[in-house]
Design a protein around this ligand. Structure first.
Ligand code: NAD
Ligand code: ZN
Length: 238
C-alpha cells in the first residue's frame, strides 16, 4: 500500500483500466472469478453463448430473459474504488477510466472521462427508428422489448460476443493509455480481446496491477497488489 501511495503521489497522468472485479464489491458478480457467471450453466448453455450476437438474433426471447435476470442490477451503487477514482479525476490526476464494465457505476460516481469499451446497460435503442430507452424501461418489459413508437426490437447498447467495439471509444481509450505515465489495471482477467491488448499501448513509467488472483499483466507490472480493488483503492489518499 505504501508503494502504491508513492506511485500515486508522484503520478501526473493516471489511467485506470478496469473490469468486472471493480464492481463485485457493489454486488455485481464477475464472469471468471470464483462466483462468476461463467462457472454456471443455464439449461446446458453458458453465459458466453447467451451473450453472443448470434444467440441474440436466433433466440431473442431467451436472450432477454437472461439479460434482465443477470446483467441488470438497478440496486448496485458505486463502491470505494469508484468513489476514489472520482476524487482522483477531480484532483486533475486521473486522465481517464477505460472500463470493460457495462454497469454505468463510474458515471454514477461522477466521473466524466470514462471509456466504456463494451457499452452500457443504461442505454437501449430501437433497432429500426433509434429511439432511446432507459434501463428502468427495459426492466419493466417482458419477452422481446418492442419500441413504443414503431414496434422495432429495442437492443441494449452493449457489445455482445462477436460484435465489434465502437471505433471512437477505442481511439479515445488508446490515446489515453498511450499518453499516461501511470496505468492501474484492476479487477480484470484480461481474457477478453481486443480490450486486453489495449495495454500494449502503454509506454509510461508505472504499471500497477490490482487483482484477487494472478493475471498475465502481472509480469510487466512495477507493482502487483493481491486483494480487493475497493479495499485497496479506498485506502488511498488523494
Ligand atoms: P472477468 O470476470 O473475466 O475477471 C474478473 C477478474 O477480477 C478476475 O480475475 C477476478 O479474480 C477479479 N476480481 C473479482 N472481484 C475482485 C475484487 N473485488 N478485487 C480484485 N479483483 C477481483 O472480468 P473482465 O476481465 O472484466 O471480463 C469480463 C467481461 O464481462 C467484460 O467484457 C465485461 O463487459 C463483462 N462483465 C461486466 C460486468 C459489469 O459491468 N460489472 C460484470 C460481469 C461481466
Ligand atoms: Zn422504433
Amino acid at each position: 500500500m505504501k508503494n502504491l501511495q508513492e506511485i500515486i503521489d508522484g503520478a501526473r497522468r493516471i489511467v485506470f483500466f478496469g473490469g468486472a472485479g471493480v464492481s463485485t464489491e457493489s454486488g455485481i458478480p464477475d464472469f471468471r472469478g470464483v462466483d462468476g457467471l461463467f462457472r454456471q450453466q443455464y439449461d446446458g448453455l453458458t453465459a458466453e453463448m447467451m451473450l453472443s450476437e448470434s444467440f441474440f438474433y436466433l433466440h431473442p426471447e431467451r436472450f432477454f430473459d437472461f439479460y434482465r435476470a443477470h446483467m441488470l442490477h438497478p440496486e448496485a451503487r458505486p463502491n470505494a474504488a469508484h468513489r476514489k477514482l472520482f476524487e482522483l479525476e477531480r484532483a486533475g490526476k486521473l486522465r481517464g477510466i477505460v472500463t470493460q464494465n457495462i454497469d454505468g457505476l463510474h458515471r454514477d460516481a461522477g466521473n466524466r472521462l470514462v471509456y466504456e469499451l463494451h457499452g452500457s446497460v443504461r442505454e437501449n435503442y430501437c433497432m429500426d427508428c433509434n429511439r432511446a430507452y432507459s434501463m428502468d424501461w427495459m426492466l419493466h418489459t417482458g419477452g422481446v422489448p418492442r419500441c413504443e413508437k414503431c414496434g422495432g426490437v429495442v437492443k441494449p447498447y452493449v457489445v455482445l460476443y462477436g460484435e465489434p467495439l465502437d471505433k471512437y471509444t477505442c481511439m479515445g481509450a488508446c490515446r489515453e493509455i498511450s499518453g499516461c505515465d501511470t496505468l492501474i489495471v484492476a479487477g480484470t482477467s484480461l481474457e477478453v480481446e481486443p480490450a486486453a491488448s489495449f495495454l500494449d499501448y502503454f509506454h509510461g513509467r508505472e504499471l500497477v496491477v490490482i487483482n484477487r488472483e494472478e493475471i498475465p499483466a502481472g509480469e510487466r507490472a512495477t507493482l502487483c497488489l493481491r486483494g480487493g480493488v475497493a479495499e485497496i483503492m479506498g485506502a488511498l489518499k488523494v
